[in-house]
Structure formats: structure tokens, C-alpha cells
Design a protein around this ligand. Sequence first.
Ligand code: FES
Length: 159
Amino acid sequence: MDMNTEKLNKILAVFQGERGGLISILQRVQEEFGYLPEPALSLIADFLHLPQSQVFSVATFYDNFYLTRRGDHLISVCQGTACHVLGARDILETAENCLEIKTGQTTPDYKYSLERVACLGSCALAPVVLVDNEVHSKMTPRKVKQLLTEDIDDRKIQA
Ligand code: FES
């Protein structure tokens, strides 16, 4: 998805006249585009009369802001202690091999992004993998392989 300047201007128009709206604007722009395209950051800086460096440093400071396009589906592999002792490292490695990317990267078709996360608060279900907002419990490398090699868009959402 390329940045659409018209869409961005519409978002900025909503914030016209508001002071100190940088974080809110960044959140809204990311909601729209899925990430913060670099040209958008420059236009936001102009709009707020802020130095570009300030807008970039805020955008890079928060983990929840992404400066590169993300995949349609986010695979989060828990690396917290409970998951770690039950083989989370192998699970992450298997996910990397299946998707042919490294942790933190996105597949070239923008279908998947892979990330490691700290404890997801479901330690009793360890090791845990999150696919978008769907929890997959007691994962094994075999189960991860199965999960990531089937077509995710055809997959029925598990309860
Ligand atoms: S350590 Fe993975 S869910 Fe708690």
C-alpha cells in the first residue's frame, strides 16, 4: 500500500488547530496505512511546524510505531520464561524457516511479519504463538510448521 497524500491530508485536516497532537496523528496515520511511510512523517512535521528530526525520533521511540510496511498477518512468538523453557527458541526458528525471513522481518509478499514478544500472560498455555489476535497454545515446531504452511486466509478461525 503506497501512501496516499489525499488520505493523509484528510487525516491532518481533522487535527487542524489542535496543539500537541503528534502522537494522535501518528496513531491515526498508522491506522490508515498500516505503518508510517517516510513521506507522511515529513508532511506531519510541516503540518505541526516541527523539525522532521523530532517527528522521526518520536516515531522510532515507540515500539508500536512501524516505519516499514508490515505483513497482513502478524506472527508473534512468545519468548517469555515459561515459553522459553518449553522450547520457544525452536518454535521461533521453525517460524523463521517456514516463512524464510528473520525475526523482525516481513515476507516479500507482505503476507506475514514475524516478531518475538515477551510474556503474553498465558504461561499455562506455553509455548504460545499469537497469529494476529488468535492464541495458539502448547506449540511445537511441528504445529508451527503446520500453522504457517497452510493458507492462513483460508483457515477457519479457531475459538
Ligand atoms: S512466557 Fe509465554 S505466555 Fe508467559
